[in-house]
Write a protein that binds this ligand. Sequence first.
Ligand SMILES: [Zn+2]
Length: 195
Amino acid sequence: MAMMPNPESPPPDGLPTSPSTPPAAAATSSTSSPSRSLSRYESQKRRDWNTFGQYLRNHRPPLSLGRCSGAHVLEFLRYLDQFGKTKVHTPLCPFFGQPNPPSPCPCPLRQAWGSLDALIGRLRAAFEENGGKPEANPFGARAVRLYLREIREMQAKARGVSYEKKKRKKPPQVPQPQPRPPHTLSPSPANGAAT
Ligand SMILES: [Zn+2]
């Protein structure tokens, strides 16, 4: 399996040959909407994968997917922080540790830990779906896991939010075990309008 010659044409922008060439459908920007039937998760995953591919193409020095390591993934995550919308207070900020600060402060906006965590999960899946080997998956690298954990702790402290205890209260869907009174299913044939 691993030694199969690559039948696809080389990537358009002169990247070094990578062991896993993404399928053309995912690599090229599709103007039409071929993925209307995809689930939200699937289309989000495809978008994320395209974003990462774009990041690789713009990378200086050039970086191929095959040579991408966990360190590059961290680089990518830090790059995404500039588009973040989550206020993360620095330890010097008077609002450090306050979930609902009373007034604005100059602390930076970052990607929320939960978004990064979900993003990595999707990219990790996409990497293997696009031919990457699980053991070479940069999104599953130890450094990435450690980074995410660090971010989670940092943001939990800075925002006064505990991610681990934040369990959503589910509406009680599980029927409570109630002692059922024995009841007869068939109505008694005695009464009724029968002649
Ligand atoms: Zn602040």
